[in-house]
Design a protein around this ligand. Sequence first.
Ligand code: SF4
Length: 321
Amino acid sequence: MKPRVGIPRALLYYNYYPMWKEFFERLGAEIVLSELTNKKILDDGVNCSVDDACLPIKLFHGHVIDLKDRVDFLFIPRLISVQRSEYICPKFCGLPDMVVSLVNDLPTVIDVTVNMRNNNSSLRKAVLDAGRYITGDVVRIYSAYKSSLQKLHEFQRKMEEGLTPLEAMHGGKPSSFKEGIKIGLIGHPYNIYDNYASMDIIRKIRGRGIGIITQDMIRESEIDRIAKTFPKAMFWSFGKKIMAASEYLIDEKKVEGIIYMVAFGCGLDALVGDLVERRVRKKGVPFCLITIDEHTGEAGIDTRVEAFLDMLEWRNASKCW
Ligand code: SF4
């Protein structure tokens, strides 16, 4: 029987799932996913997490609870840095420890450390360590890794063509909004692409015939080009991407307005959100900050988003006179 590796549909699932899937499947494992986020997952996550954790971390715990009795292994990497000279949020660094201390009766946790701040050698070690949970064949592990990198690049290319991560994973087609209003929807991928946490914001906006561009739909080379123009280097990888994406969308006149979706209690978003808002408003572009947590009511979000979209449509129509 194939070993079953559980991957929670939360946090960096939206950035790396096709890569992780390819890697473990090439080694002969079966991938088991948690259910799509739902009320039970949210409630389980909220009940077992520490109070001051952000919503995405609480949801991650709920997804672990959903999965833990159905798998032999749980994949929870310890991510410190995923790009040279940069870091990601410290919560990712302590994630396996948090989960192990808060959730009972876990299967074996594949907890490997990725820290690419200085070089890529930690990634090679992490790949080897993760693969060894499934097989002792080092050549097979490296070959699976090579193939998984290809999958990651294909996945990223699809998103740059205008697909969301879920559409890229499931063979969707880019929506065609060649004319009319487009908005930039930015924020951590697990906030904007998790349909339950985001109150299905992407579907609602597209449902009005309005196009969406997210930070993942912008070429990495553009993000890097803009990030180099910042007065100071932004050392948080996600913060850099969010800031650079908003600048790109405005400077290149790709969108009529920006919606930034943040999680309540997120230290990184508190800082980056303020920086983005100042820069966007200075350039005279409408900006809307949406904060989500476990108490967020859908009606409140809908009202704000609809008012923002009405205003953009009104501005657009006024330009035609
Ligand atoms: S970056 Fe913010 S939202 Fe994401 S895990 Fe860290 S604290 Fe939570």
